[in-house]
Write a protein that binds this ligand. Structure first.
Ligand SMILES: [Zn+2]
Length: 688
């Protein structure tokens, strides 16, 4: 905890605000801004948020005041409504305040945010201040926590505040200032929730600087080093958001209105506040930059991911937040340099001319914007906003010093190609003069601009690896290039199919198929199965499946074709099985020969298992008591499909009834029994 000591001291003397992207001019209480009702809030979809956070290291707690809880504070021109319905001004009063009791969190907090539920009629205002103390005696000065700068709020949703950095302390107290105009009713605060955070634990900057995003492959203006989310200690268990992607056309600059003794702690607190408290699922900005010029990966999902930093303008924009409050203070030079490098890289990567203006969201706008160009906010702060023209010019200047970046859009990395395939290369550089495409160092296509599209007939190339290379020629002999290895595959996959492990017969129409396939280039992807010539829908290749044979006994042929990843089909492979659900059929009568009792039996589909023939005798007319099964000689060969005769010597026939049983090669058993009397007379059998 040694490392925290200097922090504690520096933090204790500075009351800092740690807000998310907006510029809120701190007018200071009680200088009321004439802004009508507090509208400037964002949206929490449902009630108050967490509980003790699960987050590694990060601690979070909420303190909610509602109902009878209001009675515990001090009222000045305000009053609690009956039955805990909320807090309001004394009837007729124009302004008043409410000071909460002091409350002790279970850990020292370094950041807090608020939200309240209630009514804020036109012409009224509610402002919130907070202070903290390490010991409950010495308190930091009261500091107003501004409302969130976004203008919309879900109807009926809570009013929401910024996340503020506060001096480290476990005791917290807040003060509400209510103001009403002579013609309006009082605001009513039903419930107030403070979210209290300690985000100090986590990686330190030195380790973070070694945890950079992996380098880019496609040249051009180099991407400045960016500290990954893992580097700053993003707790991914808090992230709950499906990424969406759009090609960015604009860059929107924000400031976070934070004082940042530990930028990584600020990032972790913002992440928690955006992802969990605000329920956005993740941090709002694409990138963040601290005062030392360190750049941090914000929203998860990589390049082109849509973030949540400027409501209604998130699609097709990249949001960069500067850590700090630049209302009056200028950006440190290292921060400005990093921002300029980011702008130049983004310009090259996405073809966004830094000094250009293009249509977006309905009207023509500068490509590099301040948040205030879109919303009524002072974000990114006057001192940053004034520097935008200079940043745009410097970024454009930097572009000139690098060759244009080039990339191969298709085929995709690691993908195999076959037949006639489309190759597309592009360069988004505003400085591109010409593009060239090479296969194995042979020039195959050129284009004046981007993209370059070429149909590649791979059948005239051997199977295996080839090198595609794109060259983007810029001005002044500055050329960018990118090479990529691709695999040509014009050979079909090999494969096989086996039904029921190679069995010839089945009595169960549900069989198991064992499918095997291999492909040297693109790999096996799909397959298609047919039952007696009826092809079914194509499906992903899998090596084992259950299959229900079409109805009716008889031979069934199951065929399969496999496709590799580039669409080469295999020859048709097949296996056959006989579906036999019919047991052997007995003759209607059992006849008495000279010295033998005999009966005919036949199985036309799978044939008889001759060795399975057995008989048994009964001493009670076949009602209950049967003797053991005994082998019964049968003529004919194993598997015979002709009618065969089972017979036993007359001398063995004791008792009053006889029965026979037998199986076919599909496993269907069949049994028949006769009264002895029926045999003796050699007439109609009594078949059961
Ligand atoms: Zn902003």
């Amino acid at each position: 905890m040694k490392r925290d000591a200097p922090l504690l001291i520096s933090v204790a003397i500075l009351w800092f605000s740690l807000a998310l992207g907006l510029s809120y001019v701190l007018t200071g209480w009680p200088q009321w801004r004439q802004q009508g009702p507090i509208r400037a809030l964002f949206v929490a979809k449902s009630g108050p948020s967490p509980k003790q956070a699960a987050s590694r290291g990060l601690q979070a707690q909420v303190w909610r005041t509602a109902g009878e809880g209001w009675a515990q504070g001090e009222f000045e021109g305000t009053m609690a409504l009956e039955e805990g319905a909320g807090l309001q001004l004394i009837p007729g009063g124009a302004q008043g305040s409410y000071t909460s009791r002091s409350w002790k969190a279970s850990f020292p907090i370094n950041a807090l945010g608020w939200e309240w539920q209630g009514i804020c009629p036109q012409g009224t205002e509610v402002a919130i201040q907070a202070r903290v103390s390490a010991d409950g005696q010495d308190w930091s000065p009261w500091q107003e926590i501004p409302p969130f700068h976004e203008e919309q709020r879900d109807p009926g949703g809570p009013w929401v505040g910024e996340l503020m950095g506060v001096p480290l302390g476990g005791h917290v107290q807040y003060k509400l200032q209510l103001r009403s105009s002579p013609t309006s009713a009082s605001p009513v605060i039903e419930a107030l929730t403070l979210t209290l955070l300690n985000s100090l634990r986590g990686p330190q900057i030195k380790a973070a600087k070694a945890a950079l995003l992996p380098p880019e492959e496609d040249g051009g203006v180099p991407r400045p080093p960016i500290i990954s989310r893992a580097g700053w200690g993003a707790d991914e268990s808090l992230t709950n958001w499906e990424p969406e992607y759009r090609w960015p056309k604009k860059v929107i600059i924000h400031h976070t209105v934070t004082y940042n003794p530990d930028p990584l702690a600020t990032l972790r607190a913002i992440h928690y506040y955006h992802a969990v408290t605000r329920k956005w699922g993740d941090i709002g900005y694409n990138y963040l930059i601290d005062g030392e010029g360190n750049i941090y990966e914000g929203r998860k999902g990589g390049e082109g991911v849509v973030a949540g930093h400027a409501r209604d303008y998130n699609y097709a924009s990249i949001g960069i937040a500067l850590l700090g409050d630049f209302t009056e203070k200028r950006m440190p030079p290292a921060m400005e340099e990093a921002l300029m490098e980011m702008l130049a890289w983004i310009a090259d990567r996405y073809g966004i001319a830094p000094q250009g203006r293009t249509p977006a969201w309905g009207v023509e706008r500068p490509n590099v914007l301040g948040h205030r160009d879109l919303r009524s906010t002072s974000c990114p702060g006057e001192q940053v906003y004034r520097r935008l023209f200079y940043l745009r010019a410097m970024a454009a200047q930097r572009l000139l010093a690098y060759p244009p970046a080039a990339t191969i859009e298709a085929p995709r990395p690691g993908g195999a190609v076959g037949g006639k395939t489309r190759v597309e290369a592009s360069s988004s550089s505003p400085l591109l003069a010409q593009m060239e495409l090479y296969v194995d160092d042979q020039l195959v296509s050129t284009s004046e601009g981007s993209p370059l599209v070429w149909q590649w007939d791979t059948t005239s190339y051997h199977d295996g690896e080839h090198i595609l290379k794109v060259v983007a020629r810029g001005y002044q002999e500055l050329n960018g290039e990118l090479a990529r290895t691709v695999v040509v595959d014009n050979s079909p996959p090999r494969g096989s199919i086996v039904i029921n492990g190679g069995a010839a017969y089945t009595r169960d129409p549900v069989v198991s198929l064992a499918l095997a396939a291999a492909d040297a280039g693109a790999g096996v992807e799909d397959m298609e199965l047919a039952d007696n010539g009826q092809w079914r829908a194509k499906e992903r290749f899998h090596s084992r499946c259950e299959w229900r044979l079409s109805q009716g006994d008889g031979a069934r042929n199951i065929a399969v074709r496999f496709w590799d990843g580039v669409g080469n089909p295999s020859p048709v492979h097949s296996d056959t099985i006989m579906l036999d659900t019919t047991p052997p059929l007995w003759d209607r009568s059992c006849t008495l020969g000279q010295d033998r009792v005999q009966i005919g039996v036949q199985d036309e589909l799978s044939g008889l298992v001759v060795s399975s023939a057995e008989y048994a005798l009964s001493s009670d007319d076949g009602r209950e008591r049967w003797g053991p099964w005994q082998p019964s000689p049968c003529s004919g060969s194993e598997g015979s499909k002709e009618s065969q005769t089972i017979s036993i010597p007359l001398s063995t026939l004791s008792g009053t009834a006889i029965r026979f049983r037998m199986m076919d090669r599909a496993g269907n058993w069949s049994m028949v029994s006769f009264q002895r009397s029926a045999i003796s007379f050699g007439t109609e059998a009594d078949s059961r």
